[in-house]
Design a protein around this ligand. Structure first.
Ligand code: NCD
Length: 363
């Protein structure tokens, strides 16, 4: 983590993503906070994946689970979620508990001092200084990073994990997605040369963070299948061009797009960010759905992913097919989040000594 001489968040924001990433930590042993996907380089990613696999392996036995519970038993985490969540919130809660941490849940605006006019930043600051870590989901663009910067200025340098920041980023989702893909392609010669197709509403923060992580897997091609008004945004295109990552923009999703894909990553319509819509919770984007017909066209070694929650864009009739990895992703969220917590609290070294880490294969 670099020494950052900026005095205000306004000054900090003007620094490059690289400098801000270095400030929050971009290496094992130096991870203060997890704020955006660009913090992770290839070596660090592989290390996190290995650690997640080790934690999963250790968790098989009672002795192992008891041991894991000792690792962070002196730590308290505040979970502050200002947007709905099932998987992210629960997997973080369970990850903390499995490492022996205590947790405090927040987010009920009616009973908090924000109802008396307190700013969200003061609220976050307060929760942070009571705890050893804050896990934060927030609808306001840039808020998570701002809170993390403020908490890094406190004497204890309280870490913050971004559990979903507006429409911008969701780095821990991207980490668990990349882990799921990485493991799957180990049996098919690795990631290089694979085609990942994102389908639906590509304004999704999970898609954005996934693309940012992809720089670590050379030889990848992206396909972005969406109607024009839901297509991948210009800043992501600039990122891909800067890093010479191949991509195709498709305004349809049919047989040709499916047969050339190694991964199909479905997304739901992000209309919770749009103005009032009476069918808000059920709408899908017509023509950008995956069901039994599309399953027929899918290659035998390809996989289907979705960050969830889903609507009918990914038909439940497909769920029994082994190429549907949505529950694997969901479970991987737990191992990845436990791995991150052990790194933040410097307990990953204990795990490295516990098992034969070097020879550990990733299952
Ligand atoms: C995603 C999110 O909140 O961005 N869900 C999740 O965390 N697994 C995806 C979504 O809401 O569409």
């Amino acid at each position: 983590m670099s020494n950052c001489a900026t005095k205000t968040f306004e000054e900090f924001k003007k620094l490059s993503k690289k400098e801000r990433g270095d400030f929050f930590g971009s290496d094992s042993g130096k991870l203060l906070s997890v704020i955006f996907a660009q913090q992770f380089n290839t070596d660090f990613l592989r290390y996190i994946f290995k650690l997640a696999a080790v934690i999963r392996e250790i968790s098989i036995t009672k002795r192992g689970r008891d041991h894991l519970r000792t690792l962070c038993s002196d730590r308290v985490a505040e979970l502050f979620f200002r947007q709905s969540s099932t998987r992210t919130r629960n997997s973080f809660q369970v990850a903390c508990l499995k490492l022996g941490m205590q947790i405090v849940l927040n987010g009920d605006e009616a009973t908090e001092s924000t109802a008396k006019g307190e700013s969200e930043l003061d609220m976050a600051h307060t929760l942070g200084i009571y705890s050893d870590l804050m896990i934060l989901r927030h609808p306001e663009p840039g808020f998570v990073e701002e809170a993390a910067w403020h908490l890094a200025q406190t004497g204890e340098k309280i870490p913050v994990i971004n559990a979903g920041s507006s429409q911008d980023q969701h780095p821990t989702q991207a980490l668990l997605d990349a882990f799921t893909m990485f493991e799957h392609f180990q049996q098919y010669g690795g990631f290089a040369g694979k085609t990942i197709t994102f389908v639906g509403d590509l304004r999704s923060r999970t898609v954005r963070s996934n693309v940012y992580l992809s720089r670590n897997f050379p030889g990848i091609t992206f396909q972005f299948c969406a109607p024009e008004n839901h297509q991948i945004e210009k800043d992501i295109i600039s990122f891909l061009e800067k890093h010479e990552i191949k991509y195709r923009i498709c305004n349809q999703f049919g047989r040709p797009e499916i047969t050339c894909s190694d991964v199909i990553y479905m997304t739901r319509l992000q209309n919770d960010y749009d103005s009032d819509d009476p069918d808000r919770a059920s709408r899908v984007i017509e023509g950008f759905v995956f069901g039994p017909t599309q399953l027929e066209w899918l290659r035998h070694d390809a996989i289907i992913m979705h960050p969830l929650p889903r609507r009918s864009e990914l038909d439940v009739k497909c769920d029994k097919d082994p190429r549907i990895k949505i529950w694997r992703q969901t479970k991987n969220g737990l191992w990845i989040r436990m791995a991150l917590l052990t790194i933040i609290f410097g307990q990953d070294n204990v795990l490295k000594n516990d098992v034969n880490f070097a020879s550990m294969f990733i299952r």
